[in-house]
Design a protein around this ligand. Structure first.
Ligand SMILES: Cc1ncc(COP(=O)(O)O)c(C=O)c1O
Length: 447
């Protein structure tokens, strides 16, 4: 099986890299079997798979031919655009053959479960698997406390709507914070307050004041690789937040949506410092695997479990996704992929800092020392016209995201910035992109 996958990957690479050109005939099944040192049936299977993916086609009595130009059959990117805007993982890095194998296995192993609706809390064996998976991140919980959700987003939405044992109503969010959640809270008319967070961190005295106000149900925070800032809290900040939560009976919703994308090994989330069961931990599998899987997990203090179950209500989270994830974790593929993707993104972040150092001598943009994850902030002077800058960059085929959307509509003390993502950019593109951004900021400042 392993041999089959490695042969298939090798053939795909040869097509993608142009070693087999469009229209070119592939080696006969016999010759390919000889050169790979495998059976004829393995090659027949690999060719059939490539044909199914429309990478090659067969001509009866003749053989197999390459159908598409290299590089354009797995996605539609033309390589010209520099995409600093995307939140999606790098498609080229994702081992989709591995995952396809897990899906097939999941159907085999769980065929009886798949013919049911399942449990709204999630597939029992996956919840058991997540106990040790989460423990690797210093999140120690019993399986009963873990609920599998349709993405972290679903868990966030449920928590905004459900009552909490502290009887309070308002949600406290960092400013800036995850844009889609802010829009959700506003659209649902949920009482929401903001507290400033910058690349330097958060003012713990102000946070204590807000907690003391008696209005806050929970504080929504990203302890590492903050979206959009890219920065992480120091251990002191994480410890202090956990302590304040217990002291003032305010819950903390810790959205660890990029837990797996760090190159740092030692990072204890706020959850690990929680002595009073006031921290709710969220995990997403979108950034490490892919968003279409629609899987997340929430770890809840026991006193919140019942209400959360009631609000989740029905078994809406794909059992097939859950079963495949379980296989993917159990056979070690998850861990391997995590190592690979973590170090890849860290190397892109290093490339970004080198380019900033090269082109930004005048200090026109401020960039925090983020070393992992996918986001960082390019902070600009308040005089920069952000809309015009973004438009000019778009004309140069560079997409970036304005910081504006990451604030509550009525929050006034905003920083002016671009959110930069490196998840789909190669080091050369990073260099060209950073150079262009600095040039455009400079032009805009002279105007
Ligand atoms: C901070 C943050 N939390 C949660 C999510 C959503 O995660 P999921 O895809 O698991 O619903 C995102 C998606 O980009 C995000 O940026």
């Amino acid at each position: 099986m392993k041999k089959y996958f490695s042969i298939l990957s090798d053939m795909e690479n040869k097509i993608r890299e142009g070693q087999y050109l469009p229209g070119q005939k592939l080696p006969s099944v016999r010759i390919a079997a000889d050169s790979y040192g495998c059976s004829i049936s393995t090659i027949t299977r690999a060719y059939a798979e490539l044909e199914k993916r429309h990478a090659i086609y067969s001509v009866p009595q003749s053989g197999f031919y390459v159908v598409v130009k290299p590089g354009d059959w797995r996605d539609n990117r033309d390589g010209k655009r520099i995409d600093f805007a995307t939140v999606l993982p790098d498609l080229d890095v994702f081992p989709y053959l591995d995952f396809q194998h897990c899906l097939n296995k999941a159907i085999d192993i769980y065929k009886y479960d798949l013919f049911t609706y399942g449990d709204p809390k999630g597939l029992d064996s996956l919840r058991q698997t997540l106990v040790s998976h989460l423990a690797g991140d210093q999140v120690f919980a019993k399986a009963e406390q873990i609920i599998v959700t349709s993405g972290a987003q679903q868990a966030l939405e449920i928590m905004a709507k459900m009552p909490f044992p502290n009887g309070k109503a308002a949600v406290l969010v960092e400013q800036p914070s995850y844009d889609l959640y802010l829009r959700f809270l506003e659209a649902e008319g949920i009482a929401v307050h903001g507290i400033a967070r910058t690349a330097a961190g958060i003012d713990l005295r102000e946070l204590e004041q807000k907690f003391r106000s008696g209005e806050i149900k929970f504080f929504y925070t990203m302890s590492r690789y903050h979206n959009p800032l890219g920065t992480s809290f120091s251990a002191e900040e994480r410890k202090a937040i956990a302590k304040l939560a217990g002291k003032y009976d305010v819950y903390v919703v810790e959205d660890d949506y990029m837990a797996d994308l760090g190159a740092e090994r030692q990072f204890d989330p706020i959850y690990a410092y929680d002595l009073s069961s006031h921290v709710i931990y969220l995990k997403s599998f979108s950034k490490i695997i892919f968003p279409g899987l629609r899987l997340g997990a929430i770890v809840l203090p026991e006193r919140l479990l019942k209400t959360f179950h009631v609000y989740k209500g029905y078994p809406d989270t794909s059992l097939l996704s859950q079963a495949a994830l379980e296989v993917y974790i159990k056979n070690g593929m998850y861990e391997r992929h995590k190592q690979k993707i973590g170090s890849l993104y860290a190397s892109r972040m290093r490339a970004l800092h080198e380019s900033v150092e090269r082109y930004n001598e005048a200090g026109l943009i401020e960039v925090p020392g983020v070393s992992s994850g996918i986001f960082t902030q390019f902070k600009l002077k308040s005089t920069v016209n952000l809309e015009r800058l973004i438009k000019r960059l778009a004309e140069r085929n560079i997409s970036v995201v304005s910081g504006k959307g990451f604030y509550l509509s009525d929050y006034l003390e905003r920083e002016k910035f671009l959110r930069i993502s490196i998840s789909q950019t190669q080091p050369e593109q990073i260099d060209e992109g950073v150079k262009a951004i600095v040039e455009e900021v400079r032009k805009g400042s002279k105007r």
